[in-house]
Design a protein around this ligand. Structure first.
Ligand SMILES: [Zn+2]
Ligand SMILES: [Zn+2]
Length: 298
């Protein structure tokens, strides 16, 4: 079965036999020794002074030492690292609900600050957890990257959602039936496996009401978002032990680009290879309804 992803226009082939392939089970695990870790608080001389701190210094925002974007050049932008724990070994799975709240609040606060920078057209917030997800440090962290252009993928998504709303008079996410694909829900958010998932066990977390930016969440909703994100990561780890993953925030940055925002969790099960790079198509070896069912049950 082949499907076109509504939000990105990318094609995905559901090839369930792929899951039966013999797998090389040896997995690369990234471990930076503590004494060489720039994100451990005792090594803070290795990094810039924090621009933002909260939750007893558990959460610190610093400039990325190797930024993708630069100040005062044609490639204008910002590139921050958000260190989300003091503990070298901990990650989201181990955080308290209070810790998750302050993490979500930090993302909101930084987006509010960056919003004032009129040269920025787009800000991407993401997390690479583990070497298979592109992380270069094992100490848990996120990245916040501000760009002076709106990426094509985001343009496509904004257009797709706006055209849908124009045609049907309702938001694509607000009228979606989540029942078959539900992973978990709390008062404010739904976690589900999208019907046109590009990735195995992909989970999207979406506000139950039409909220167009993480900047508009109140404290209660930030806590809810943190709690459901942690729950989903725990569930994924119950299925795939010590899973590497990416978390991406899809959140229109400028008012005119806003849409029903969501978080995407991409488990790094299997890898992208020649076929994906050459065609821009994806292969998914589990149907989203089946992935959702197994995630619901753990
Ligand atoms: Zn560390
Ligand atoms: Zn909506």
């Amino acid at each position: 079965m082949i499907k076109k992803n509504f939000l990105t226009g990318e094609y995905v082939i559901y090839s369930l036999d792929r899951a039966k392939r013999p797998q090389n089970i040896k997995k690369d695990i990234l471990t930076t020794p503590i004494k060489l870790c720039p994100f451990c608080i005792e090594n803070n001389h290795m990094t810039s002074e924090p621009i933002y701190k909260s939750f007893n210094d558990e959460i610190r925002l610093i400039y990325n030492k190797y930024p993708i974007t630069q100040y005062d050049t044609e490639n204008y932008g910002i590139h921050y690292v958000l260190i989300d724990t003091k503990d070298h070994e901990k990650n989201i799975i181990n955080y308290t609900d209070e810790h998750m709240f302050y993490l979500m609040k930090c993302i909101k606060d930084i987006l509010n600050i960056l919003y004032e920078d009129k040269k920025l057209k787009y800000v991407q917030v993401f997390k690479n957890q583990g070497i298979n997800a592109g992380a270069s440090q094992s100490h848990s962290h996120w990245q916040i990257l501000g760009l002076s252009i709106l990426p094509n993928k985001q343009k496509y998504m904004i257009n797709a959602l706006k055209s849908y709303e124009k045609q049907y008079g309702k938001c694509y996410f607000c009228i979606m039936d989540y029942s078959q694909n539900l992973v978990y829900e709390n008062n404010d958010f739904i976690a589900f496996c999208p019907n046109d998932s590009l990735y195995c066990y992909e989970i999207n977390i979406i506000p139950k009401h039409h909220i167009t930016n993480i900047r508009y969440l109140n404290d209660e909703m930030l806590a809810s978002l943190g709690a459901i994100l942690k729950k989903c990561i725990i569930k994924l780890n119950l299925i795939h032990n010590n899973l590497d993953y990416n978390i991406c925030l899809y959140n229109g940055f400028r008012k005119e680009d806003e849409y029903h925002f969501f978080l995407q969790i991409i488990p790094r099960v299997g890898s992208l290879a020649g076929f994906e790079f050459s065609t821009g198509m994806f292969v998914n070896s589990i149907l989203p309804v089946d992935a959702a069912k197994s995630l619901r049950l753990v």
